[in-house]
Design a binder for this molecule. Sequence first.
Ligand code: F6P
Length: 320
Amino acid sequence: MAKMKCIGVLTRDCAGINAAIRAVVRSACAHNIEVIGINRGYCGLIEGDVRLLDRRAVSGIISRGGTILKTARARQFRNRPAQLKAVRTIKANNIDGLIVIGGNGSLTAAHILAHHHKIPVIGVPATIDNDVNGVGMSIGADTAVNVALDALDKIRDTATSLERIFVVEVMGRDCGYIALRVALAGGCEEVLLPEKSFDIKRICQEITQGHEKGKISWIIAVAEGKAKAADIAKKIAKMTKLETREVVLGHVQRGGSPTAFDRILAARYANYAVECLRKGRSDECVTLKNDKLASIALTKAIKSKDIEVKDYYRLIKLLT
Ligand code: F6P
């Protein structure tokens, strides 16, 4: 096996990704491996937009959200000519192996590079959606939950002061992870999830009955993959005749300084990804099994993920 001399790193964006880039660079430096950062995700890989990342280049970024490398959606990567351009960039820059830090889309493209183009690639799961299969925690998910929770706590101040109902829409694409965690941590009365059906009449009945007994405010978390907060708020207002407002938290959840949890996860995953490449592994995604670093096939990681809903939902309803 030839010695790894140069690693490329490419990212999506969410909190903790800069901490992961830093850990890739410094782990690689420890073995005298050069690191090349790919600017603007797969777009930069296709267009040859790269830059050298030395130890100094990643100073002071551990606490910063987003990605210093910038990122972009590269739908053209689905086509073979774009993939071949990406391979050319890898070869032209003498990149021996690539670390891809991102969610499902990025990891799917990583698998294409590894499987169809024989480029050594290791994936590092990083997405606020936390929907990478076989991975308990992706980088960025913990920060997103905490950002959403902070907003929800603030909304509760108004909800209780004005005796209102709030419907709060959170991100997560087709996964209810953020909604479920925020609902339990924030003491929401209800949560609507892609993984679960709901009955708006039953929800409104609960609200009306609670209101008759003197309950004055409700917060209902809605996963964006299930419904639009505005639609739900309109229905609730109509059926209960109570003042209802909607809030869409949106991209605020993808930014911010990473939590300690995400920084630690980023350091561990990124360091392990470098070790995997050094050992000649490819087409794999790093993960944790019982808090021990491990890797799974990228083909497994990009399958759809089932999250545990029943127990969390039971607790949310029990504790309201
Ligand atoms: O996958 C991360 C995510 O933030 C999702 O939660 C959300 O649905 C989507 O990306 C938003 O995408 P964009 O930034 O392209 O609008």
